[in-house]
Design a protein around this ligand. Structure first.
Ligand SMILES: Nc1ncnc2c1ncn2[C@@H]1O[C@H](COP(=O)(O)OP(=O)(O)OP(=O)(O)O)[C@@H](O)[C@H]1O
Length: 300
């Protein structure tokens, strides 16, 4: 579990992160979203302990990121947006070297390397220098390193960026698997459709402040729904009649009721009472992208 409490970070006079608080529970994927420069990476770097906050506290599985840095490193896996490694090092050797920092013997580290390189699609690239790895391979290697201590918490910072569809699916499936294993996952991404399909909760950050936190269910219900129906015959009587449920319009052979405030069972009962055939009926839910623009727009 990752707990961020009233965290603030200045760079000179500029406040990059301002009194930020949120929690990533075990068994939960939290999407962290905001415009460029909103403060996501700064927050993430403080959670990872590579940047120190001016105020507030961050705990990873109850360990303080400043006073218990070593425990936090063991309990937290971090795949940065652009992983940076010793460029001249060969992947396999470097992995074994890093495993040494976790007190893992060379033989055990080699066994672990074999398993992780196979599982993460790096088999055959063990002897290559990290400088020659593609962006996606660097992310996979960074993941392999972060798995050395089998941490209960993960941060993926823009992990989908620069990945091919297969790579995106790989990290999406991995995040879901970690969630099912009870791990806490913080996932920052600009690809809102990807977040939408896997996140349980969304934390919106804007100009360094958390402006909203919502469960994905709340996101889906945030913008008033529209009801879309297709019947065999559209009449003035029907349109008049449906007006009590919202703002009715016709579009491409469909009747759309914006700001729908009724329930679908009543509508379908009443349509058949008018001797009309109902061919299709669906209620739209709001997309994360729509909600993002609305939430950010409300700040201006
Ligand atoms: N080392 C630094 N020195 C000065 N300003 C910084 C530093 N690091 C970040 N900032 C500023 O802090 C703000 C937040 O940056 P941050 O990288 O956290 O944003 P972000 O939400 O991750 O953005 P992006 O989506 O573009 O990656 C930005 O205005 C950035 O210019």
């Amino acid at each position: 579990m990752i707990v961020i409490e009233n965290v603030t970070k200045h760079f000179g006079d500029f406040i990059a992160v301002n009194d930020v608080s949120f929690t990533v529970n075990n068994g939960e994927i939290v999407g962290f979203v905001g415009l460029n420069g909103a403060g996501k990476t700064t927050t993430i770097r403080m959670i990872a302990g590579v940047l120190i906050q001016d105020n507030g506290r961050i705990k990873v599985d109850d360990h303080d990121t400043i006073s218990e840095k070593k425990e936090v490193s063991k309990n937290l896996g971090w795949v940065p947006e652009l992983p940076i490694f010793e460029q001249d090092a060969k992947a396999w050797d470097y992995f074994v070297y890093l495993a040494g920092f976790y007190g893992i013997s060379s033989n055990d580290a080699k066994r672990m390397a074999r398993q992780l390189f196979d599982e993460l699609g790096l088999a055959g690239f063990e002897k290559r220098k990290l400088a020659t790895y593609s962006q996606g391979m660097k992310k996979r290697f960074s993941l392999a390193v972060s798995l050395i201590s089998n941490p209960g918490n993960f941060i993926f910072d823009e992990v989908f960026n620069g990945l091919d569809p297969q790579g995106i699916q790989f990290f999406r499936d991995l995040a879901s698997k970690f969630r099912n294993e009870g791990k806490a996952i913080l996932l920052s991404s600009h690809i809102l459709s990807e977040l939408e399909s896997i996140a349980d909760k969304i934390v919106f950050i804007h100009k360094g402040r958390i402006i909203k936190q919502m469960s994905m269910d709340e996101v889906r219900r945030y913008v008033s729904p529209s009801l879309k129906i297709k019947v065999d015959r559209v009449s003035v009587e029907l349109i008049d009649y449906l007006s009590k449920y919202g703002k009715v319009r016709e579009e491409g052979g469909y009747i759309i009721i914006d700001n729908f405030n009724g329930n679908t069972a009543d509508v379908s009962k009443e349509i058949s009472a008018l001797n009309l055939n109902l061919y299709e009926m669906s209620v739209s839910s709001s997309s994360l992208e729509e909600v993002f623009f609305k939430v950010i727009g409300d700040q201006k």
